[in-house]
Write a protein that binds this ligand. Structure first.
Ligand SMILES: CC(C)(COP(=O)(O)OP(=O)(O)OC[C@H]1O[C@@H](n2cnc3c(N)ncnc32)[C@H](O)[C@@H]1OP(=O)(O)O)[C@@H](O)C(=O)NCCC(=O)NCCS
Length: 159
């Protein structure tokens, strides 16, 4: 059975931080301590960790950060940055189940969101309603959710 934990960064326990880093380490091959350092240095108190547990086991993860984009003629607009989407066992539908819950949450609350990804994951993210906004020289794509009629730029920090 799936359960979804939404935990503010300020409420993150050491155990949960370790669980998150174990998920991240199966996606990105860095030592656990390095993943911990990155999270503690880059996330802010009000940012949110989202963990999908399957039958009580932490299996997939992403983080939600508050940020802004610059929209032509509108100035800065609040958006949620979706970062570090990953799961322990790939191609079993787990990442989709996590993204579905999070994108439904955005829809239900009329929230705007952005994320960065490579070309190979475009189909994956488009299936949840994200649309390409920009393509960078290194192949990274900037995607927007609920920002269709608003050409935007992102000038903020990594998430
Ligand atoms: C990206 C990720 C979270 C997707 O989760 P997942 O559980 O593997 O995805 P699902 O099983 O739900 O697959 C959904 C679809 O995306 C496709 N997909 C998933 N990962 C893919 C990849 N790396 N390349 C191409 N397609 C991929 C699947 O083939 C599937 O397509 P289908 O439904 O048409 O068969 C997971 O593969 C992962 O942890 N990747 C490593 C970390 C990473 O690159 N994160 C992205 C940061 S932007």
């Amino acid at each position: 059975m799936d359960s979804f934990l939404f935990v503010k960064h300020r409420d993150l326990t050491e155990d949960l931080l370790t669980s998150i880093c174990l998920i991240k380490a199966s996606a990105w091959d860095y030592p656990i301590e390095e993943h911990k350092r990155w999270i503690l240095e880059n996330l802010k108190d009000s940012d949110i960790h989202v963990i999908l547990e399957v039958d009580g086991n932490p299996m997939a993860y992403l983080n939600l950060v508050r940020t802004q984009v610059k929209v032509n003629n509108h100035g800065y607009v609040d958006v949620i940055g979706v970062g570090n989407v990953c799961c322990k066992s790939k191609n079993n539908g787990i990442g989709s189940r996590l993204m579905k819950v999070v994108s439904n949450y955005f829809l239900a609350n009329d929230l705007k969101a952005i994320l960065f990804c490579g070309q190979r994951l475009l189909t994956f993210y488009k299936s949840f309603g994200f649309m390409v906004s920009a393509i960078f020289e290194d192949g990274k794509h900037l995607l927007g959710f609920n920002l269709e009629d608003m050409p935007f730029q992102y000038e903020g920090e990594n998430f």
